[in-house]
Ligand binder design. Structure first.
Ligand SMILES: C[S@@+](CC[C@H](N)C(=O)[O-])C[C@H]1O[C@@H](n2cnc3c(N)ncnc32)[C@H](O)[C@@H]1O
Length: 228
């Protein structure tokens, strides 16, 4: 499964455009701005007013292969309620929504930056997927507090500093067998390691592995409450 195999032509066209522009932004003009941009892209360090213009173009943290892998996991797990932490421009959201639609499910995606949420909404609309996506604007560690339905799948991709808090917030509503995919791995920053250490602690009820893509992903499964 790759981008060429996306059978919905409307969504495929939007994904192609967004992946291409992310690729161009990363390889070209972005190099000059990269340190400041990557901080802004993860929602940290720089204020929104300070963001470099180039970063508006860069909206995907997954390459098409990783995104297709995410799509396959959602399809295979038959997930119905999918939560994304960190929408940005909606690239992963569109992949998640395509899978959600085939499962008769939906995506709740969370974004801190109103401009990004607006841009994501337009992309999702253009892809013809607005009926399966809800964008919750605000800090996910606050907005997701009102979630009171069982969650089958989580893609966690917002600021690493809040990733563990967001996961701990979601844990009570995860179904046994829920899958959590994230960009925070045991090879990453201090925050990434705190996240994976917690996921890997037997008392917390997950099994978790780093999948070594070019840029790795952590894939975890919630087994349910651990036996005492
Ligand atoms: C790496 S980007 C997400 C990329 C997106 N998932 C994709 O694959 O297209 C991270 C996003 O998380 C957002 N973010 C950071 N902290 C957040 C928070 N506390 N709550 C919600 N969104 C947050 C940032 O504004 C940024 O747009």
């Amino acid at each position: 499964m790759t981008l060429e195999h996306v059978s919905d032509p409307q969504a495929a066209a939007v994904l192609r455009r967004l992946h291409q522009s992310a690729e161009q932004a990363k390889s070209g003009m972005v190099s000059q701005h990269w340190p400041r941009m990557s901080a802004w892209f993860s929602g940290l360090g720089t204020s929104h007013a300070e963001r470099p213009e180039a970063s508006v173009q860069a909206g995907a943290s997954l390459d098409p292969q990783q995104a297709a892998f995410l799509y396959s996991l959602v399809c295979g797990s038959k997930a119905r309620t999918i939560v994304e932490y960190g929408t940005a421009l909606g690239v992963a959201t569109i992949w998640l929504a395509l899978a959600a639609r085939s499962n008769w499910g939906r995506v709740i995606t969370t974004e801190l930056d109103p401009q990004r949420a607006l841009a994501a909404g337009a992309n999702i609309d253009e892809a013809g997927l607005s009926d399966v996506v809800d964008i919750w604007l605000g800090d996910a560690s606050q907005t997701l507090r009102s979630l009171d339905e069982p969650v089958d799948f989580v893609f966690s991709d917002g600021a690493p500093e809040k990733a563990l808090e967001v996961l701990q917030l979601l844990r009570p509503v995860l179904i046994p067998g829920a899958v959590i995919v994230s960009k925070y791995t045991a090879f990453g920053s201090k925050e990434d390691r705190a996240y994976t250490d917690w996921l890997r602690h037997p008392a917390n009820g997950f099994v978790s592995t780093t999948v070594p893509f070019q840029s790795s992903m952590e894939v975890s499964v919630f087994r349910g409450e651990p036996a005492h």
